[in-house]
Design a protein around this ligand. Structure first.
Ligand SMILES: Nc1ncnc2c1ncn2[C@@H]1O[C@H](COP(=O)(O)OP(=O)(O)OP(=O)(O)O)[C@@H](O)[C@H]1O
Ligand SMILES: O=C(O)c1ccc[n+]([C@@H]2O[C@H](COP(=O)([O-])O)[C@@H](O)[C@H]2O)c1
Length: 190
């Protein structure tokens, strides 16, 4: 089974993330995509980061009817901050028969050299990179582990959504209605 791992803070999950997950799960040779919700990205400040349980719940609501997309809470059980190499090692031990591939936006690929043991990630895992505006994936794309995909892009960011909600502006269609209802019911990002 070939699994694409899509790591993120998902603070909150939005349509941009969901398009990538669907494209990778249903329009490439991957069998499934696991959305791995990270409690704490080691390179990001915790400012504006809401509880991981709420981010996980939103990811589940957003994908409950999606074919081949599964939300993983694996990093909630591991030490924080969430170093991807440690999660990968853990997943390999748990699922020795699965072939894990990393899914990454060109923005994250650009910062990969700052990640813990990035050489091991590049040596041992295939990485499917999709373009992000303003980022040139050409530099690392020449690496044999990296495949650049032709994914449609939807330029939305979680930062934009958090700001809009705190300014009482509508975020309809930027993320699924069920997720908006969840955010409203809990008063998140106000
Ligand atoms: N609009 C988008 N289209 C495709 N991929 C995206 C989009 N936004 C984020 N990603 C990717 O999804 C992964 C998780 O991103 P993240 O949770 O940081 O979302 P974000 O919208 O970039 O958040 P923030 O604005 O808080 O930095 C990263 O690999 C990032 O490259
Ligand atoms: O392993 C690392 O050193 C490392 C450094 C920076 C980011 N990551 C992971 O990359 C993922 C993307 O994070 P984000 O916040 O951009 O959604 C998230 O799962 C982080 O834990 C991992």
């Amino acid at each position: 089974m070939k699994i694409g791992l899509f790591f993120g803070s998902f603070n909150p999950i939005h349509t941009g993330h969901l398009i990538i997950a669907n494209y990778m799960a249903n329009h490439t040779e991957l069998d499934k995509v696991w959305l791995v919700v990270s409690p704490h990205n080691p390179l990001k400040e915790k400012k504006d980061l809401i509880q991981v349980y709420d981010r996980l719940e939103m990811a589940k609501l957003a994908t409950e009817e999606a074919d081949n997309i599964i939300v993983s809470d694996i990093e909630l059980k591991l030490p924080q901050p969430s170093y991807t190499i440690d999660t990968l090692t853990h997943l390999k031990a748990l699922y020795p028969d699965h072939d894990f591939v990393l899914i990454m936006g060109a923005d994250n690929l650009k910062s990969l050299k700052k990640w813990k043991n990035y050489e091991i990630i590049l040596r041992d895992y295939s990485i499917y990179v999709y373009p992000r505006p303003g980022y040139d994936e050409a530099e690392l794309a020449s690496h044999p582990s990296v495949t650049v995909t032709n994914t449609p892009l939807m330029e939305i960011s979680s930062t934009f959504i958090r700001r809009a909600i705190s300014n009482d502006k509508s975020v309809r269609y930027f993320l699924p209605d069920k997720v908006i209802e969840f955010i409203d019911s809990k008063g998140l990002y106000k």
